[in-house]
Design a protein around this ligand. Sequence first.
Ligand SMILES: *Cc1c(COP(=O)(O)O)cnc(C)c1O
Length: 390
Amino acid sequence: MERSIYLDNSATTPLKKEVLDVMMPCLTSNFGNASSIYKTGRKAKTVLEAAREKVAKAIGAEPNEIYFTGSGSEADNWAIKGIAEAYAEKGKHIISTKIEHHAVLHTLEYLQKHGYNVTYLPVDSEGLISLNDLKNAIQEDTILITVMTANNEIGTIQPIEEIGRIAKEKKIIFHTDAVQAVGMMEIDVKAQNIDMLSLSAHKFGGPKGVGALYVRKGIKLPSYIHGGGQERNKRAGTENIASIVGLGAAIEIATDNLEEKTSKIRALRDKLISGIEENIPYVKLNGHREKRLAGNVNFSFEFIEGEALLLMLDLNGIEASSGSACTSGSLDPSHVLLAIGLPHEIAHGSLRLSVGDINTEEDVDYVLEKLPQIVQRLREMSPLYERVNK
Ligand SMILES: *Cc1c(COP(=O)(O)O)cnc(C)c1O
């Protein structure tokens, strides 16, 4: 029997049927340009602003604090480069962490080439930053703290509210990349002291190529794309109405009944974790056991290459992701796994299974049937494992 089990929901999620249904008319009959004053244009403008309200409501913001972007990466770039530019007179120091997504890390590296100083906070073995480290890193000229809400590889959730409180006390802007968090945990930008937040539709059942940046009222944010007056003069270009409407619908669905939905996902996650720990020797769960995204499972399997494991899983119809960054053309393991202190060879044998609302108990049972066999077969080919087992 040919099976296909998608367990890479942190990489992307399938577009929900209900979301496609509301997008479709925007691609056909309701094709107007939201800047036009006649009826077709006004209709586009109406659905655009309704989507903005949905995004705002989902995270506890005001609609005029939401800017649509072309992706989560763009939202991260805009937030960081924008603050760097607008507050350069106050200072050129930024605080972040070693485990951010590349959309943040590479943006910070770009700024370092342009005279900015960045402190990358270390994380402990479970992926948490220390609030004391954060306090100690703050300088007179610190203008921005950017710390992700939840990590995309190991799922660790940072103490966002406390980080925000520290930033607020010191009058430093706090940005968080919440791309993995939205739709998986409660987000309330006001209660959690968040000044700026990035999100992306395709991580919670929306279309690819659309995201949003929340910017608290009062923060100076320079224009990112110059041209027409769209997005209150800050991001020019005729709006991608269908995708934005899709984002609005997806975030509404994803955050509605959040606790009920995530508890189902969490149960599947926990079944995977305990099933792997009980049935496979020489494994290590990466990330924090409790402060963890509802759908995240990340394990290192000793004596195994993550790439080989992925290949074997794929042959068995299971789609997941590994911790080696072979995509970038380098054989270096993930910066996140190295930051939590894994030795190179263990980091290379890592596997991420990310559960989403599309997954079922049968999916998990199937993985727990196949994975131990695959790991065993791969280990039998490993000379190191042979030595250990003697
Ligand atoms: C996926 C992801 C991004 C990038 O979002 P895109 O919309 O794919 O550009 C940024 N940060 C995190 C944590 C992510 O998981």
